[in-house]
Design a protein. Structure first.
Lengths: 377, 572
């Protein structure tokens, strides 16, 4: 075991003392590396970091929000992420969980701001109201913007938790009566990592935080500032119902025969084709399900201003896809007429063929059933 | 000499709540409760598709997640006269039961326990003795001496690291903490166990609603179709997962939450005479055995109690213009008819008019307007809503299940019935209704299985989902007995759009400012006469405020009558 570099205890020390084996530890590192989309060598980097770093101070602010992000964070199901507040970070300020209230709570925050200047991670849950003098969101008599600017100054990095902090979310929906403003528009000269979603998946939050702690660097971000690890794929492209879309098989309404068969929800408003998130891959609450799997379309809660992107149950007009440029109705019509020529028709024909494959597979299943029922035939 | 106490931020709640109070001779003489954050979601949903509103208003709260979405679906279904299938009723009830158990357990351990449990004292406990105590009061599998010993070592190292995290600056060692070290250790151990458990129970929401927090709902039923023969619908595997989780939840409630609640309460019986408050209680009712539309079948019966008089339960009508009204006399809003007016929610208005101090400020002008909360009244009365109201109405209605859990608890703690009207009673009621809800939820689950077995696989009624089927105008009300109390959503629909939308939420009832007649609401009333041993460490105020499980975040600062912070002046 490598010598620790300071007297402050490391994650590794804590885990060993808690009865985890080195093997458990390496498994954990490998899993987190996989979550973060790293090469195999990433696991070694993580293990090195966890063995030598002490708990990183975190200040977690709450502004215009509903606390769903905090709730999602504590849902994180990774083997040891449930212990994150005792073993990985020093959560020095969070209005949801901290014991102290009032000036004692604020004193804890100021202590961290002074003693760990330039070292702490600032997590922001919620948007800032910039209306008037900031009177629509005050904590301890100070406006959310005043608190944000003060705490941002000494932060190593800022995590914008959830759609509220990333794009204003619900309160920024038209007519945005409180002038709800996302964090990146107010903080200058500091890296702001956006982790959108209403809320984000718990493991995505934990994974993003862990990336910064273990490597001391920010995760690779996409052009709008989201970690590529979790936001580089469309829900549509990772959806297990995608083959039904390609085959032109859709639920026409909720609870109809096609909905019961698990067909694509595009026609009942699913926004999966325009939504970048990890729901289809990681799923929710330790992989139990995600909105589409439970029969409701995705409504794009991790996308910019999604509340104003049209009614939830209206079918998206059309969108670019992998090999598909037509909308669902056209595919349906073409399929019914069983005609086609040219490039577009090629795509449709491909999809009709897929539909054929799907239905023949289903038929095969039925045949097998019949054989079971009538073993002599 | 009286001192002005300001509590802001009050932590371990949802949202932003501020309490200012006058303290005289070691007791609260007067208190003012203020909500200091506003988002105006009611204005944002105006003009939107009524079928979408559940998603918008669901974002009112991510702690009592699902509750506002349910209220919204019920309001729209009421307006459009949509009858949802029995299976959808059952799924909604199961999700509701899960929300109750999750919310109440998380409140007890993560939001409230640190007012009663001294974390630092747990370091001095004898783990073997802790295990012996825990095993005497429960047969929970996690109560071994080894478990407590490991935890204590972990906690000791945590404290020795000097990084106290969420436990920093707590009021540890305050004379108001009365538990022996062993019980403190049990409390901390179960704090962590509950943190693990809570992420499991919510998976029921994930099965039916796709995610938690903020599972999906649907006007007309639920979106999770039933198909015994498809992997992506509700089938035997999905239902088995729900069944297992519900059984585990019942076990956790009965083997961990309730024994801890009773053990801790037995050291704080004096709190059975503190924090009683209004003595008026309001319940809308919920969990219909025969569906939401049949109030006579509610597991939580509706009704109002006035002046602690359990011999008379008054009927409540959410549609009656004369019964529920909201006032803004001391709130930062304007009404077209002036600040004295009281409006029924169907005619409600949400026009902001902030007249408070410009931030940064040291104290609010409590003699004028001082909150973003409106002030609801029932027939002019200030009412308390929440677990205590529900348990009392059930008791007063003569329901045997309520009587059994209440009488057993009073007997166990050896306290008089009057002790129910208190901070302790409020905290105990939350546990008592959890016992009932754990059983009811399993019964709803069994009914769902029976229905499917009998061939009913309907989950949504989509006949009137198309707006072309709607009347030009309609209005509806949907209510839910949310974990924190009576919740109502009122909607007015016109030309396929939401014309008006008003929510009167539990914390509005409880935490609101005074009405035009100067009558206080539940928080302010309950804080009167609360003892405050040390104004620097007002743990007693937190106990009573937390006993309501506030759904808004605040903080408390202490000020003297000149408006200076107490921590900077010599306290006399």
């Amino acid at each position: 075991m490598p010598a620790t570099q300071s007297k402050r205890r490391t994650y590794y020390d804590e885990l060993m003392e808690r009865g985890y084996s080195r093997r458990d530890f390496m498994k954990f590192c490998a899993t987190m590396a996989a979550y973060m989309g790293l090469e195999a060598s990433g696991a070694a980097q993580i293990s090195e970091a966890l063995m030598t770093h002490s708990r990183v101070p975190v200040i977690w602010l709450h502004f215009q929000e509903c606390t769903c992000c905090s709730e999602s964070f504590i849902r994180s199901s990774h083997p040891i992420v449930a212990d994150v507040i005792l073993d990985k970070v020093s959560l020095d300020y969070t209005e949801t969980l901290m014991a102290a209230s009032g000036h004692a709570a604020e004193a804890a925050m100021h202590k961290t701001m002074e003693e760990h200047y330039g070292e702490y991670i600032l997590c922001v849950e919620g948007s800032v109201s910039t209306f008037g003098g900031g009177e629509y969101c005050c904590i301890g008599g100070r406006s959310s913007e005043q608190i944000l600017q003060e705490t941002a100054e000494g932060a190593k990095a800022i995590l914008a938790w959830g759609s509220c902090a990333c794009n204003g979310c619900i309160q920024a929906a038209k007519p945005n009566p409180t002038r709800a403003t996302p964090i990146h528009k107010l903080v200058k000269g500091k890296p702001v990592i956006k982790v959108p979603g209403c809320p984000p998946i718990g493991e995505v939050m934990a994974g993003t935080l862990l990336h910064i702690i273990t490597f001391g660097t920010l995760p690779e971000l996409d052009r709008v500032g989201r970690p590529k690890a979790f936001y580089s794929k469309r829900v549509h492209d990772s959806c297990y119902r995608r083959p039904y879309y390609d085959a032109g098989l859709f639920a026409e309404t909720f609870d109809d025969e096609n909905a019961k068969k698990g067909y694509c929800l595009y026609k009942v408003g699913c926004k999966g084709p325009m939504t970048y998130n990890a729901c289809g891959i990681m799923r929710w609450n330790n992989g139990v399900s995600y909105p589409i799997q439970s029969g409701h379309g995705c409504f794009g809660c991790s996308e910019e201003n999604f509340w104003d992107n049209g009614p939830i149950y209206r079918q998206m007009a059309s969108f670019p896809g992998f090999g598909i440029e037509a909308n669902a109705d056209k595919i349906g019509i073409a399929a019914a007429a069983a005609t086609g020529a040219g490039i577009a028709a090629h795509a449709i024909a491909t999809n009709i063929r897929k539909r054929g494959i799907l239905s023949s597979l289903q038929e095969e299943g039925k045949d097998a059933e019949e054989k079971l029922d009538n073993p002599l035939t | 000499m009286s001192k002005r106490i300001v509590i802001d931020p009050i932590t371990r709640i949802e949202g932003h709540l501020r309490i200012e109070a006058e303290v005289e001779n070691g007791k609260v003489k007067d208190a003012f409760s203020s909500g200091t954050m506003v988002r105006l979601i009611e204005e944002i949903v105006k003009g939107r598709d009524p079928r979408d509103v559940w998603a918008f208003v669901g974002r009112v709260c991510g702690v009592c997640t699902s509750i506002h979405s349910l209220a919204s679906c019920r309001a729209v279904e009421d307006a459009l006269d949509i009858v949802i299938p029995p299976n959808a009723e059952l799924v909604r009830n199961i999700m509701f039961g899960v929300q109750y158990m999750h919310d109440h357990v998380v409140h007890f351990y993560h939001l409230h326990a640190l007012d009663w449990v001294d974390v630092v004292s747990a370091l001095k406990a004898d783990p073997k003795e802790a295990a012996a105590i825990a095993q005497r009061i429960s047969n929970y599998a996690g109560n071994s001496a080894g478990h407590f010993s490991d935890l204590q070592k972990r906690l000791t190292k945590f404290v020795e690291s000097g990084q106290l995290g969420i436990f920093a600056n707590g009021y540890w060692g305050h004379p108001a903490y009365k538990l022996p070290p062993e019980l403190n250790l049990i409390g901390v151990a179960h704090y962590l166990d509950a943190l693990e458990w809570q992420k499991e129970i919510v998976k029921v929401h994930t099965v039916f609603g796709g995610k938690n927090p903020h599972p999906n709902y649907l006007v007309g039923g639920m979106a999770c179709a039933i198909n015994k023969d498809d992997a992506s619908a509700l089938n035997a595997e999905r239902l088995a997962m729900v069944g297992r989780l519900l059984k585990e939840a019942k076990t956790f409630v009965n083997q961990v939450y309730i024994p801890d609640l009773l053990a801790i309460a037995s050291y704080y019986k004096d709190w059975g005479a503190i924090g009683g408050g209004l003595g008026n209680f309001l319940v809308y009712g919920d969990l219909g055995r025969n569906g939401y539309r049949d109030p006579s079948s509610y597991q939580f019966p509706s009704g109002a109690i006035l002046g602690k008089d359990l011999s008379k339960v008054h009927e409540v009508d959410l549609r009656n213009d004369e019964e529920i009204r909201e006032y803004i006399h001391r709130s930062w809003y304007d009404y077209a008819d002036g600040p004295e007016a009281g409006l029924h929610p169907w005619k409600g208005e949400s026009t902001l008019n902030y007249t408070g101090p410009k931030p940064p400020y040291e104290h609010l002008e409590v003699e004028k307007e001082y909150s973003f909360l409106k002030t609801p009244r029932w027939k002019g009365h200030a009412m308390e809503v929440g677990p205590l109201a529900r348990v009392l109405v059930g008791y007063a209605r003569g329901r045997e299940d309520f009587k059994e859990v209440v009488d057993k608890t009073l007997q166990h703690l050896d306290v008089p019935a009057e002790a129910l009207f208190s901070t302790l009673g409020r905290t105990a009621a939350r546990g008592l209704e959890s016992i009932l809800v754990a059983d009811w939820t399993l019964e709803f689950y069994d009914e769902l299985l029976t229905n499917i077995r009998n061939g009913d696989e309907r989950m949504a009624n989509m006949e009137r989902f198309n707006p072309k089927e709607w009347p030009q105008t309609a209005q509806g009300v949907g209510h839910v007995e949310a974990p924190r109390g009576a919740l109502g959503h009122w909607i007015v629909i016109e030309d396929e759009k939401t014309k008006n939308y008003q929510m009167v939420v539990p914390t509005t009832w409880n935490a609101s400012p005074r009405d035009p007649e100067g009558k206080v609401s539940a928080y302010e009333s309950s804080l009167m006469d609360t003892p405050v041993a040390d104004p620097e460490q007002p743990v007693e105020i937190l106990r009573t405020v937390h006993s309501f499980d506030p759904c808004m975040a605040c903080a408390v600062h202490l000020y003297d009558e000149d408006g200076k912070q107490v921590n900077r002046v010599q306290v006399m």
